[in-house]
Design a binder for this molecule. Structure first.
Ligand code: C2E
Ligand code: CA
Ligand code: CA
Length: 695
């Protein structure tokens, strides 16, 4: 483009240069006319001006001589001075007369007479006595001659002026002719130049218009129509470049289209193209009353293969898998690689049962070891199957269901899972939960129930555990076991934790005011222990509601703490240092290192209800409960048993030395109002001392 523009400006520059040259050439005669006029003026000035000077000089000399004569006559000038002056001036006048006109005889004659009168005056005045009449007569004659000469000189000056006038008129004439001529010439040249310019512009504009049309064609996606410009100049070259560019773009577009629809590694369709194919298969199936299945295959741990052996190795594995799938399928089936480790097969004329058989055989083949660079790799493959008609109504829905089936296979450690519509409802329910969580927190759909914890020895109310409940406007009552894990997975748990802490601490203050001074246990999730802002938030709440930190117990599960020990430990120590109690919840459900458990700054160990509930019937559980109580005591911790549902269990726990009891036997989790009723009836039983005495 730059080149092209510079070529145009070059052309314009050349055009203007041509106009200038033509102007110079055509104005040459005018220049010569001007020279001629100038020469004439110069000659005229050279000739006339000295003459005028001489004439002026003669006039003044004559007057001077005449004046001298009068001075001599009046005796104001001596005779010798008059003589000297007359001689000198006379000679000067004679020379001057020669200069102005050698053949001007009249003036010469006058001057001779004048000279005679000059001499006569001198002669008369030098005679003694002076004849004054003669002298006066000579003076008059002198003046007359002088007047005559001056007249003649005036005439001569006039002649010169006329000739000067004539000369200047002719010069002006010549000049105006020249100017007119110049104007006409310039006008002609200008007209020619403008015409030439318009012509040349048109000549440039036409191909440019061609190029502009081509550019808009390209912009509209027409890369086929070429540009024909028959010139070899820059515009021609530009057109050629445009044509090359079009070819290049066409090729690239083809490549991009290929990449947009096909997987570069296997050459199979990608998810975009496969979605189209599934859509076509749905309409085809609807027309001819046939059926098809989608098989989603997932190479489990493929990321580990990539990480361990490198991506080149991973690519080789994918290629081998593709080859095996290709050998297995029929021509009528479609294959796609929809993700790095996922393949999708569209199996024509198939249902869940036949697809499951087919998939099992394929997975068997895919699970055979793959040898790459002397490394043997055995893949683990799982799959999800969905069939049409019967399940989803469109491609997106069917693919989603195939994924759900595949997840199910993964969770159940099986190779093949056929889509089950009940899991779809479950999935949709999960999505609603995620969607509505924030609203639930903001609009009082969440409530806290409180489950009492009592002293095992004297049944005294020791504290409560705050347990969240959600009454969903559409889904109804929802237990925390359902939505808490979803909130954790979707990154919304801190919303809940902050809400619970606020409610629970507020409730604690309220009970304090009613002289119910008990501990308040609140459950934390794993992600909460990575929230550096949490301690400050809790302390500000405690401060705001004037609740002593020792009244708050934070329950954390073993796995939570042990997953990210350093960070969690730091946060737990911060909370402990602030005077807050910490409790290990669900103890026994996770395999945890005792050494690490020792490092935790906790006050309490809560034995999981799964051991407590069956301990009367299951000896193993009894052993676990007993050893946990001993371990807790050895570590200086209080031990709580949750899930106590009957007196026998309570008695056994008491015997084993358990410190606190929580369970349906004491009370189910209660709403605030129910808790008030409960606490009143419970308080009727005798007690020895206050449960908690916050300092
Ligand atoms: P968890 O912390 O182990 O809470 C104890 C669970 O056992 C409660 O279930 C309680 O109702 C139940 N339970 C107590 N005693 C008995 C009994 O004698 N028999 C039986 N069968 N069950 C008993 P819930 O309220 O359904 O809570 C389930 C779990 O949800 C809790 O287990 C806890 O992990 C979680 N959760 C509840 N509230 C919150 C919360 O505010 N935040 C967090 N992060 N998790 C919470
Ligand atoms: Ca708990
Ligand atoms: Ca528990």
């Amino acid at each position: 483009m730059k080149k092209w523009l510079s070529s145009i400006s070059n052309k314009m520059f050349l055009g203007y240069a041509a106009i200038l040259t033509t102007t110079l050439i055509t104005s040459f005669p005018l220049i010569s006319t001007n020279n001629e006029v100038e020469n004439k003026v110069r000659t005229f000035v050279q000739q006339t001006l000295p003459k005028l000077g001489t004439i002026r000089s003669i006039s003044s000399d004559l007057k001077q001589l005449e004046l001298n004569a009068y001075s001599l006559y009046g005796y104001t000038m001596s005779s010798s001075e008059y003589n000297a002056q007359s001689t000198m001036k006379t000679e000067a006048i004679r020379r001057e007369l020669e200069q102005i006109s050698s053949d001007n005889t009249i003036l010469n004659q006058y001057f001779n007479t004048f000279a005679i009168h000059l001499a006569d005056i001198h002669k008369t005045m030098t005679l003694k006595p002076v004849n004054w009449d003669v002298a006066r007569k000579h003076l008059v004659d002198l003046s007359t001659t002088s007047d005559a000469m001056l007249k003649q000189i005036d005439h001569l000056t006039e002649t010169l002026a006329i000739s000067a006038q004539k000369n200047s008129d002719s010069i002006i004439n010549k000049m105006s002719i020249a100017a007119n001529l110049l104007f006409i010439l310039v006008a002609i040249i200008f007209a020619v130049a403008i015409t030439a310019y318009i012509f040349s512009c048109k000549k440039i504009a036409r191909p440019i218009k061609e190029l502009s049309l081509a550019a808009s064609r390209i912009a509209k996606g027409d890369f086929k129509t070429g540009i024909i410009i028959n010139s070899t100049d820059e515009i021609g070259q530009l057109a050629e470049t445009f044509n090359h560019m079009q070819v290049g773009i066409t090729k690239r577009e083809e490549r991009i289209l290929k990449h947009a629809h096909y997987d570069y590694l296997t050459g199979f369709a990608n998810s975009v193209l496969m979605t189209d194919r599934v859509t076509s298969a749905i309409s085809q199936t609807n027309r001819v009353y046939s059926k098809f299945s989608l098989i989603l295959l997932n190479l489990k741990y493929f990321e580990d293969i990539n990480n361990a052996f490198g991506h080149a190795h991973g690519d080789a594995v994918i290629k081998e898998v593709a080859k095996r799938i290709l050998n297995h399928v029929r021509d009528s089936d479609s294959i796609a690689r929809i993700n790095s480790d996922k393949f999708l097969i569209l199996l024509e004329d198939s249902n869940d049962v036949s697809a499951a058989h087919y998939t099992s055989a394929l997975i068997k083949r895919l699970s055979e070891s793959i040898e790459i660079d002397a490394t043997s790799i055995t893949l683990s493959v799982c799959s999800g199957i969905v069939s049409y008609p019967g399940n989803g109504s469109d491609a997106v829905d069917l693919l989603r269901q195939a994924h759900l089936a595949m997840d199910q296979a993964k969770q159940s450690f099986s190779e093949v899972a056929v889509f089950d519509s009940s899991s779809d409802h479950c999935h949709i329910r999960q999505l609603s939960i995620i969607r509505d969580l924030r609203k639930a927190v903001e609009s009082e759909q969440l409530i806290l129930h409180y489950q009492p914890k009592v002293d095992a020895k004297n049944n005294k109310l020791f504290g409560v555990e705050a347990l969240i409940r959600w009454v969903h406007p559409e889904l109804g009552f929802m237990p925390p076991d359902e939505f808490i894990p979803i909130a954790e997975r979707s990154g919304n748990i801190s919303l809940i934790t902050y809400w619970v802490l606020k409610k629970a601490i507020k409730q604690c203050r309220s009970w304090n005011g009613q002289n119910i001074k008990i501990k308040m246990s609140v459950n934390l999730s794993a992600i909460d222990l990575l929230d550096k802002a949490l301690p400050e938030y809790i302390l500000s709440l405690l401060n705001e509601h004037q609740v002593h930190p020792s009244q708050l117990v934070l329950e954390i599960t073993e796995s939570t703490v042990l997953r990210d020990t350093d960070l969690a430990l730091q946060l737990l120590n911060e909370l402990k240092d602030a005077g807050i109690n910490l409790s290990i919840d669900d103890y026994g459900t996770d395999f945890s290192s005792l050494a690490k458990l020792r490092e935790l700054p906790v006050h309490e160990l809560k034995i999981d209800k799964s051991f407590v509930m069956n301990m009367l019937d299951n000896e193993n559980d009894t052993v676990i409960v007993k050893s946990t109580i001993d371990l807790g005591h050895n570590m200086g911790l209080r031990v709580t048993a949750e899930g106590v549902e009957d007196q026998a269990t309570l008695t056994l726990l008491n015997e084993l030395g358990c410190d606190e009891i929580q369970g349906y036997y004491i009370s189910k989790p209660l709403s605030t109002s129910d808790f008030s009723i409960w606490v009143n009836s419970y308080n009727q039983e005798p007690r020895d001392q206050e449960a908690v005495s916050p300092s």
